[in-house]
Design a protein around this ligand. Structure first.
Ligand SMILES: [Zn+2]
Length: 250
């Protein structure tokens, strides 16, 4: 017999891990399974759905029994995940839209022109003769990252001056779950994907990471430093929490 899988349950692009299926309360649920160096079985719902990690020695029957035990939680969380807004996948064609600094920007492919240029809400991309669509996407992303880097280093020096410290070295990251990081030694890493969000949210992340130069923790003293740099930090923090799903996939 062939199992018909409801489309909504299967992840769009199979991410890392083995895909497995389990029946929970009359529903066939797809999950990503991996072995990990850990003591117990762990389950979670992330951007791609249900994820299960188990110690190397745990038999698969034990893993499945564990998931069944948590069936109610799993089904409820999966329902919430399906109802949540999904990130927009950008197709790099003429007229497509990408959010930059919280505003929609329209892609304009320009045959016979060179370079990339952002003007009046349009991102003009020169089309090289015989250029491949994949190369176009790659050039577009490289441009967006560079744009992110120059804007972020500008904001970093602005807020560093306001904190009274020299501008720290900046590195870009592309982590999926972390906006920024202040490393020991004072290097700041910022997620280039922040460029999709409004400037005030980028500023909040910049202020947050800079404040770690004073306090390497999240104590009340730390938040006082953040507040000194960026008074409306509480609002920005909660806005940012809701932004994960709004970041487009380039
Ligand atoms: Zn922090």
């Amino acid at each position: 017999m062939q199992l018909e899988l409801p489309l909504a349950i299967a992840p769009a692009t199979p991410p890392a891990g083995t895909l497995r299926y389990i029946q929970l309360g009359g529903e066939i649920v797809c999950y990503r399974f991996r072995r990990a160096r850990r003591r117990s079985i762990g389950i979670m719902i992330d951007d791609d759905g249900l994820r299960v990690a188990a110690p190397g020695h745990a038999p698969i029957a034990e893993v499945e029994a564990f998931i069944r035990e948590k069936a109610r939680w799993v089904l409820q969380k999966l329902a919430e995940w399906r109802a949540a807004p999904k990130p927009q996948v950008v197709n790099w064609s003429d007229g497509a839209s990408i959010a930059l600094l919280g505003e929609p920007v329209t892609l304009e492919l320009l045959p016979g022109r060179r370079g990339i240029n952002l003007q009046n809400g349009r991102l003009g991309i020169g089309l090289e003769p015989r250029g491949e669509p994949a190369a176009l996407r790659k050039r577009g992303i490289a441009w967006i990252k560079e744009h992110a880097r120059s804007l972020m280093s500008e904001r970093l020096s602005l807020y560093a001056a306001s904190l009274g410290v020299p501008t720290p070295a900046l590195a870009l990251s592309s982590a999926r779950t972390q906006w920024g990081l202040c490393q020991e030694g004072g290097r700041v890493r910022l997620n280039w994907r922040l460029i999709h969000l409004p400037l005030h949210l980028i500023d909040y992340v910049v202020a947050h990471e800079l404040a770690h130069l004073r306090e390497m923790n999240h104590s009340a003293r730390f938040w006082a430093v953040v507040g000194g740099l960026y008074p409306d930090y509480k609002l920005a923090r909660s806005e940012l929490r809701q932004c994960n799903h709004r970041l487009p996939i380039l």
